[in-house]
Structures are given as C-alpha cells and as structure tokens.
Design a protein around this ligand. Sequence first.
Ligand code: ATP
Ligand code: MG
Length: 355
Amino acid sequence: MNRLKPRLLTGDTTTGRLHLGHWVGSLENRVALQKEFDCYFIIANVQAFTTRMDRPGEVHQSVIDIAIDYLAAGINPQISTIFIQSEIKAIAELTIFFSMLVPFPRLMRNPTIKDEIRDKGLGENYPVGFLLYPINQVADILTFRPEIVPVGEDQIPHIELTREVARKFNQLYCGVDSHTADEDYVAKGGLFPIVDLKLGRTRRLIGTGGPDCAGHLLKMSKSLNNAIFLSDNADTIAKKVMNMYTDPKRLKASDKGEIENNPLWIFHDIFNPDAVWVDEAKERYRAGKIGDVECKKKLIDVLVALIGPIAARRAFYEKDQTEVLAILKQGTDKANAVAEETLKLAKEFMQQIYF
Ligand code: ATP
Ligand code: MG
C-alpha cells in the first residue's frame, strides 16, 4: 500500500445528534488529526436500525444532523471524506464474509454488547441484526483498510474483534504466517492492516443523570437522555447543567460536599481550562463554602464558550442543506471507489472472482 498519508476511519451511529461525549471521546481527535491522516468518517445509518427499525424517519434526519454536527465541529470536507454507510454496498458484502470468521460464542463474550443490552433495556428481544452489528462494524472499518481508528472506551472490544478478523483473513486467504507481528501483516502480503485504536483524552464521559441502581454513573449517550448536545443553545445548556446530578447528600451550600463521583466536578475537570479555579473551588465545596449554583454557573460559561465556535459554523450549514447533501454525495462517491477496490481484492484473495 503506497499512501501519501496514513488512513484514519471512524464514525457514529445515527441514533440522534452528537454530544459532548463524542467531542472528548473521538471528535476532538478527528478534527486535530485531519491534516496528518487521510480521514474517512462513516455515518452509520444501517447500524441505527439495530434499535430504531421502527423509526426510519428519525434515522434519516439523524444522518443530516450528524453531517451538520461534523461540519460544525470543524471537520473540513475539502480534506476529509464524510459518507453514508448504507450507500456502500461493499460493506454489506464483506459483513457476510467476515461473519464466517467469528465464532458465535466469541460474539456473545463482547462486554459492550452486554452493556448495551442492559443500558438500553433491550431485554431478550433484540434482533439478530443487533448481534451482527459488531461484525458489520468490522466491515465498516476494514473496507477502508485504515491504520488508525479514534474511538471512545466502549469501542475497545469492537476494535479487538476487528484486529482478530483482519489477522484471520490475512492468514487464511493471503497466506500470512500466524506468528507475524501485527505491524508486519501488510508487508507480508496481507490485505488488511491490523488497526491501532486511539482513545480520546476522556475515554468515557458520563451523562448528566445520576447513578443506576448498581451505583454506576452511566455513559453520556444519545440513547439515554442524559446528553448535552453540540447543537444545544446556551439556554438549553444552562437548564441541563442546573438540573445536573451532584452530591445528593448536600442539601444547602454550607453542607460539606463530595467531589468523587460527582458529575459537576467530573465535568469541570474535563472541560474547564482554569485548573486553578477548579482546585480552589473543590476545596471550598468539600468544606461547605461554595454553593452548587455558583459552580454550575461557572460550568455553564465553560460549556457555552466551547460550543460557541461550533454554533457559528452550524448556523452556516443549517442555512444551506443542499451544500450538506452535496458534501455527503461527494464523500460517498469517493468512499465507494475505495470500498469497491477493497472488495475486489478481498474476493481475489478468497478465490471468488468468476467472470
Ligand atoms: P448510542 O446511544 O446510540 O449507542 P452513542 O452516544 O453511544 O450512541 P455512538 O454513535 O455509539 O454514540 O458512538 C460514536 C463514537 O463516540 C464512539 O467512538 C464512541 O466510543 C464515542 N462515544 C460515544 N459516547 C461517548 C462518551 N460518553 N464518552 C466518550 N466517547 C463516547
Ligand atoms: Mg454507542
């Protein structure tokens, strides 16, 4: 593979709009890495049907919303490729071939799948396609043969599966020796690089809500109604922060407060650039010398400042949705050219070219 720049792939499921968890978990890295890497960003609308099969209109809207979120966040369509998953037929074909390389019990051991079944209340009635989605995601990634995938912590098991499938494919069909070091697979004749994952500075941002019945603070998630969105305006951010869960034992400002496991301070630590203020305020909070309201107001200022430039770019793209669709079409065409090439090579290695 002769590339001018190493390739990067990542993306998001179209189950809503993007939130601060996406920003610190992956999006911030994507914006920063755009120049150094040849970036592909997949808008995963097929994956959204695993839990939204009865809401196709919402999935459609989310495709547009997430494209606007990307552009507003600072992804530059002149240098990066944004595309729609369902338009890339090679991904569907590779999903089927890859599904033969994954033993069923291996799929069921995936901790993210178990967490999602629990946190999204899927019970026992989730569709077959839900269990298939990690393999679909392996195909999302390998179709583009990237070197690096920036994601949040919940994606670690999926990336590990991607690495396993790539090794197995390269060994079975490309004749690469199973003792080969991960970084040498392509040099030794393999089709798929063994991808590296890049975690964000916050691997798992918690949501604005309180703990679940087992005492865990849940991850901020589009699906859990605990998110501050990149598209929220200053008033909405203020309301969400004011309603944010803090220390439930603290009833008035003069009560001593807990810092640990308190979303208010977790957010300050992550987002507030004024570390001196945060340290002093934490001391006063512990001693019962500063109120929740004052600390929340400070957090509102910090978040509104972070979202300010994003909101300005959003206003531009929201006015011109034909431009957004044109960017998606152009990115999808470019992505399809790469995907068709990978599919052809994969079928050659699998000896399944007939005509
Ligand atoms: P859903 O609730 O539908 O699963 P989500 O909010 O988990 O949506 P995804 O589209 O599944 O979002 O995730 C897209 C990317 O953002 C992944 O790399 C994921 O790890 C990262 N991400 C999502 N939520 C967070 C979070 N709270 N903290 C850090 N990273 C996150
Ligand atoms: Mg998710």
